[in-house]
Ligand binder design. Structure first.
Ligand SMILES: *Cc1c(COP(=O)(O)O)cnc(C)c1O
Length: 396
């Protein structure tokens, strides 16, 4: 079958939950992807902030191949060395104390919510605890994660959500305070909002929320699924501010393409929340997924990924800032590190489609924002190449 025939077949067989771009991707190399016809694309999406190390990374691929030949799956009733090593390295990278591996970001959020509810339940025996989340947040599509996702249109058809969720405004501390009651067990937020519009939490806001949580023994859950893993120039975005969460979620770039996520907690929470029988997953942290995490964390160190992001991200920011100055239809540049957005006063679908024709993969965040979340190995030359295509597309 040719590319068009495959697309038609997909539209007959797959549930239509995505309006997909009309290409079938076939292989990748570094920061470039190739479709079935061999057309080359510069990738500024990275599988939505996933493929941090670039495609066809030989060391990463070999680690996976070796693990496939040894053991792919056991179950969590037994120990396996990759999961033990991956947990140790993830603890070192995050400064958290305990790790639970999941299969996706949404599942990491589910686990975080369960841990927070259990922590509160063990304190007072009540089952009516509340969670505060942020407007415009995104935490995933499963029912629990959806319940704390601050975009009503994602939730509406699937009501009722899990109960006792209140929404505050990101970077508006008073709006958070207004939601607090003696039933509040957790506050969940993305350190940098991703889907909701590339909006970083302000340092002052985070510090005040942390202090509020400390004062009232409320657990702070930071969702680092998109902004974590080096993307902001820190392994986890909160490390820039030293505002440590009680529970943290990670996924997307954690396995660099192998489906894996994690929620992590401090010893304080671990000692007073989930125990044997409370939570589980068949696949979570299986040897193949854990081997990916382990190798990714190794490669972050040996390839100096964080240092590279710190070097190259200001250049991306500068070039995007120039675009924002140049065009009236761009109202704002937003974001931090290699997690950037251009806010337009019109829908961006046309620009993204034109870019795709010209061999540049971009994604949106909401109708009016173009999101830039490239592989972390992106170079200045790649950025220049991207800007040249983008400039051309906007000019038209
Ligand atoms: C993508 C994302 C999720 C959901 O992760 P999935 O792996 O798609 O379930 C949750 N939170 C944030 C911040 C995300 O960007």
């Amino acid at each position: 079958m040719n590319m068009q025939e495959y697309i038609e077949q997909a539209e007959k067989d797959l549930l239509h939950t995505y309006n997909r771009y009309q290409i079938v991707l076939d292989k990748g190399d570094g920061v470039y992807l190739y479709d079935m016809d061999g057309k080359k694309y510069l990738d500024f999406c990275a599988g939505i902030a996933v493929f941090a190390l670039g495609y066809h990374n030989e060391e990463y691929n070999n680690a996976l191949k070796e693990q496939i030949d040894k053991l792919i799956h056991t179950s969590n009733y037994y120990y396996n060395v990759p999961a033990i090593e991956a947990a140790r390295k993830l603890k070192a990278a995050s400064g958290m104390d305990r790790v639970f591996f999941t299969n996706s970001g949404a599942e990491a959020v589910e686990g975080a919510i369960k841990a927070a509810r259990k922590y509160a339940y063990l304190k007072d025996g009540c089952t009516d605890h509340e969670i505060i989340a942020m407007n415009h947040s995104f935490h995933g599509r499963t029912m629990g994660a959806l319940s704390v996702t601050g975009t009503p249109k994602y939730r509406e058809a699937f009501e009722p959500m899990i109960g006792h969720i209140k929404f505050a405004e990101m970077n508006d501390f008073d709006s958070v305070v207004a939601c607090v009651t003696d039933k509040t067990c957790a506050i969940i937020l993305e350190t940098v909002q991703g889907e909701g519009g590339l909006l970083p939490a302000k340092e002052d806001f985070l510090k005040k929320v942390r202090a509020l949580c400390d004062e009232k023994d409320i657990l702070l859950i930071l969702d680092e699924i998109q902004c974590g893993m080096g993307r902001t120039g820190y392994m986890y975005a909160w490390q820039k501010y030293g505002v440590k969460p009680d529970i943290m979620t990670s996924a997307k770039a954690l396995g660099c393409g192998v489906p894996v996520g994690a929620f992590l907690m401090t010893e304080k929470v671990a000692a007073q929340s989930l125990v044997a029988g409370d939570h589980g997953t068949t696949y979570g942290g299986n040897p193949l997924a854990a081997a990916a995490v382990e190798k990714v964390l190794d490669l972050f160190e040996t390839n100096h990924i964080i240092e590279h992001v710190r070097e190259v991200a200001p250049y991306l920011e500068q070039r995007l800032e120039e675009m924002a100055q140049k065009y009236d239809c761009i109202t704002e540049r937003r974001g931090t590190g290699l997690m950037q957005g251009l806010v337009f006063d019109v829908p961006v679908a046309n620009v993204i489609n034109k870019a795709l024709e010209k061999g540049l993969i971009l994604i949106n965040a909401g109708a009016n924002i173009i999101r830039f979340v490239p592989p972390l190995i992106i170079t200045r030359d790649n950025i220049d190449e991207m800007i040249a295509i983008l400039d051309d597309c906007i000019a038209k």
